[in-house]
Design a protein around this ligand. Sequence first.
Ligand SMILES: [Zn+2]
Length: 484
Amino acid sequence: MKVFAGGISTETNTFSPMPTGMRDYTIIRPDDDVEKGTKPAFDQFQSDTEARGWDYVFGMSAHSQPAGITTRSTYESLRDELLERLEAAMPVDIVLLGLHGAMVADGYDDCETDIIDRVRQIVGPEVKIGVELDLHCDVTQAMIDTADAIVLYKEYPHTDVAARASDLFNIIADAAEGKTNPTMALFDCRMIGLYLTPYEPLRSFVDELLAMEGKDGILSISLVHCFPWGDVPTCGAQALAITDGDPDQAARVAQEIGRRFHGMRRELDQTPYSIDEALEQALADPAGPVVIADRADNAGGGAPSDSTFMLKAMLDRGIDNAGIATMWDPIAVQVAMSGGVGANLDIRLGGKMGPMSGDPLDLTVKVTAIAEDMYQEWPQQHGDPMRIPCGDSVCLNCNGIDIIVSSKRGQPMSPDVFTKLGVDVKKKHILVVKSSQHFYAGYAPIASQIIYMAAPGAVAPRYTEIPFKRVDLHKYPWVEDPFA
Ligand SMILES: [Zn+2]
C-alpha cells in the first residue's frame, strides 16, 4: 500500500480586519527539516503507515494563524501545489488530508469541500480518502459523500491532534484492506457556540463517545462544534457518525448523539464576565494566580491580539502584580530590542489594527527580557508537545504588570510565553491570556481559578452579538428550542 498525506489549514474569521495571504502561511515541503512537534498529525500518519510496512509520501502542509479570508491567489496556489504533488505520487492507495474545516477563501466559502472534491477527481473512486479536521469546523454533506472517513479532534483544548490522526489512519487502513466499509452520516444540532471539553457535562460525554468507538459497528463519532466567527451558510454544530457498512445505523447514531449534544446547550452556554466583573472576582481571590481569558482578542480565532481594553483597565485600577500575554506589536518589539534589556522607554503599545483593538496606550516601560525567535511547547496526549513559534518576543514591565509582546501573532498556549521571558507565573496574582481555551491545558495546573471574559474584540464571545448575515439563525441561542 502507498499512502499520500498533505493539507492546507487555517480557521477563517470572516469578521477579522486582516486578510490571510501567502506570507501568513508556514509551508512545509518534503525536503524541509523541521523540529519535532511542528506537524504532529503528519508525523502520526507516517509512523502508523510505517508500522504497517507501507510506503508513505508526505506531499506538503501549509498552515496559517487564523485571521480573515484567505486571498484567492494564495488559496489556489497552495491547493494546486498540493494537488500537483498528489498527481506526481500517483498511483496511491490512500490519501490522508490534514485540513481545518473552517477555511474560507475569496471565491470559496468552503475550501475543504473543494480540496476533497479535487483529490477525488485525481485518485478516482477506489482510493480511500481520510480527512482529519479541527472540531471548530463545518462538515458538509458533499464532504461526507466524497471522502471515506472524516475524524475530528474531540478535545478543546486540542490536545488530541495525533491521537485522532491515528484513529483516522486505522479506519482508513482497515477500509483499504477490505476489512471494513465506512459509512458516514451527519445530524444538524441547530446550535452555535464554543464548547469546552474539560468541563461537565461535556467531559463525560466525550469520554462516552470514545468508549462507544470500535464496538457494535461504530467506527467513529465526532462532535462538530462549528466555528462561530465564520459567516458562511454551513456554520452550525453537528454530530458525525461513522459505522461499518450500515448507513441507517450511522444516521441513527448521529441523530441520537446530536440530540443529546443539543440537550446540553444551556449548560454549555457559559455567560462570560465583563472586564470589571473579571477583575473584581480576581482581586477578591486571596490566592492566585487567577487566570483571566480575554477570549475576544484570541489570535487563534482570528483576532489581531493587540487590543488594549484589559491592559488599560488593569493599569487604571493600579493592579501591580500581573502578567498579560500575548500582545502582537512588531513595532514595539523592534523598539524594545533596540533599547535592550534594562532600557526604560516611552512606548506606544497595541491598539493598531482597528476599532476592535481599542486605542494605543502610551506607556513608560522597562524592558526586562528579550528572546529572539521564541517558541512555546503545547502539551499533547500523544507524542511530542506541539512546537509553536512566537517570533521575537519581549517582556515590558509597566507599574508591576509584565506585558509579553511578540512579533508573530499567536495565543499563549502554555506558560512558556511568560517563563521564557523570566516571569515567575506562580508569583503573579493575575495572569491575563488572550486565548479562548487552548491556554487551559498549560495554565489549569497552576491557576487558583480560571475566569472567562468578554471584552470587546474580533472574537466576541456573546454569540448573539456576532453580526451574521449569511447563517440561518433558527438555532440556539437565537431560538430557545429550535426543534420545537
Ligand atoms: Zn479549533
